[in-house]
Design a protein around this ligand. Structure first.
Ligand code: ZN
Length: 248
């Protein structure tokens, strides 16, 4: 096995995976009487090398192959893959992001595969929660997301605004039944996944960047206060020693 770069979904730590932390293999399904005929179950497991994490990531795939005289080389297409561990691909988010917002995000990740439409709806709700909380939309101005976004339009760059519009519009598809119920607009899994990535980007650009700024400013203030105190102390010490000098 070749080493490969990987980011742990539990601790979010980018790392390189080498042999002892990786396991992959398959087992033949012993009946060929289903409509799928010849299939094998493949497992892929990675143990996180971060000593503070060590969590197991595990997925199972169903692979098809040609006939009973199967050798390793004849394993064919991957039919379907299930991510078993972690249960969801939600990345850990810091506590200073309000819990309700983190919950919507985690649920959007958890439901992604089963229902991209529901996931997109949750991402949209998560976005609305963020817009209201982070940008302090006054109670009187809260209503539909479109109006709330217009309220903050001048505060954010056009790139971010375009991304937000994508989340809103795809989420709307998930949330509202079209007038004609037979006219179904589906949300594709990769669209719903993109929305989750956009939500993660907004977490990073809004909450995490703001917190970093607060921490940095606090550190600068503390350091300059410390310097000032040291200077004062040095000055009073030199005054003291000045007073101690014998009068001539
Ligand atoms: Zn980890």
């Amino acid at each position: 096995m070749k080493n490969f770069n990987w980011t742990c979904a539990y601790c979010n730590q980018p790392t390189t995976i080498t042999e002892p932390n990786f396991s992959n293999g398959y087992e033949l399904v012993k009946t060929s009487r289903s409509e799928m005929r010849y299939v094998a179950v493949e497992h892929t497991a990675i143990a996180c090398p971060n000593p503070d994490c060590k969590k197991l990531s595990l997925s199972i795939s169903l692979r098809k192959y040609g006939s009973t005289s199967m050798r390793a080389k004849t394993i064919l297409s991957k039919h379907e893959t299930w991510q078993l561990l972690p249960h969801s691909l939600a990345k850990p988010q810091p506590d200073y992001i309000p819990e309700a917002i983190r919950e919507d995000y985690q649920e959007a990740c958890a439901i992604l595969k089963l229902s991209p439409k529901a996931s997109a709806t949750l991402s949209r709700r998560c976005l609305q929660g963020m817009v209201r909380d982070f940008w302090n939309i006054p109670k009187g101005r809260r209503g539909n997301l479109g109006a709330e976004l217009n309220f903050i339009k001048d505060e954010i760059d056009s790139d971010t605004f375009d991304s937000i519009t994508v989340i809103r519009e795809t989420g709307d598809i998930g949330a509202h039944m079209e007038k004609d119920v037979n006219f179904v607009v589906d949300v594709e899994p990769d669209e719903a996944e993109l929305l989750i990535e956009l939500i993660e980007m907004l977490f990073a650009n809004w909450y995490i960047a703001k917190q970093k700024r607060i921490d940095r400013n606090k550190k600068v203030r503390e350091q300059s206060a410390k310097k000032l105190a040291e200077k004062k102390q040095a000055k009073s010490a030199s005054n003291q020693s000045g007073n101690d000098e014998p009068a001539t």
